[in-house]
Design a protein around this ligand. Sequence first.
Ligand code: SF4
Length: 382
Amino acid sequence: MPSEASNLRAIREKVEARERLSFEDGLALEASNDLFALGAMANLVRERYNGNFGYYNVNTHINPTNVCVYKCDFCAFRADLDDPRGYTMDQTQIKERALQARSRGATELHIVGGLHHKLPFQYYVDVVRWVKEAAPEIHVKAYTGVEVEWFAKIDRRPIREILERLIEAGLGSLPGGGAEIFHPEVRDAICGAKASTETWLEVHRTAHQLGLHSNATMLYGHVEKAKHRIDHLVRLRELQDETGGFQTFIPLAFHPDHSRMDEIPKPSGVMDLKTMAISRLMLDNFPHIKAYWVMLGIKTAQVALAFGADDIDGTVVHEKIYHEAGAETPQEVTVAEIRRLIGEAGRIPVERDTLYHRVDRTGERWVSGEHIDVPLLTLAGK
Ligand code: SF4
């Protein structure tokens, strides 16, 4: 059997030659404990694609309701219909939040939430419309593949029509949530009731066909195994080969507190950095890999900028989903703090908008400038 060192050497040669890594290569990376070798390879790809830049954005989250028909084992955010913790934001609250984001110079509103037992699809369309009425220049990145599937169910329309109605209301792109782990051995166990893997991928495929960009996530560090993580990355890579519509991959560290899986320990720092590096190496056709500081913690997110990540997300504000699950990070970090963290990591901080245009704040109001093009070399070599 080849040794770990010879496996890594062979993979390193492939990375240097800009060749695609196989499923087996992914498993070999997972089996390695040479964290620095993994980081160095991921950093090579990261710098090949994104140079020395570290991206961030100025954004705000809105979670319009936490009432949810599903009961995913890992979720600490949801509430039952009759739960006193349950809430649903109305037009006034949504518009207030949008105006507040606008006054803080946000370029993006990130909107995701629960699948309410009784709210019609029109409410979710209205949320987008209310935001655009209050703050037309803000990009609305809203609703996971799981939410879009739910809307199709309750409104009895195909996914394409649901997305078209949301686009008409002002939807600008889809976030990457709800992907969790695609492999049925895990998905069926932790969130079997909600959108299947095939449906999640179909929502994103359809969104890309309609001209929307989207992100993708992977919830790791719970009951899944290495083979499930690699399978997840390969499935995303295949869809990206087909559509080219994904912008950013975000590995999400599991937070057990207050969930039905609270006996499982949090992923370690080593696992966080390893998963980041392996994601960068396997997803050769994704322009960006994000270290989402809310989940990772600010310090790990900063270090992740040397382990494959080129983006650190944004100022956030009002995040509820992961803070309910015990995330100890603050609700918000300032732009100055984000820029300092990126700069201390030896990277050049660049503010981007949701669609990866550089943001110019030299005038009275922010404007989006040139697009950040990423030379995805592996795809070109296919
Ligand atoms: S993860 Fe989403 S779909 Fe699952 S219970 Fe929580 S809010 Fe509902």
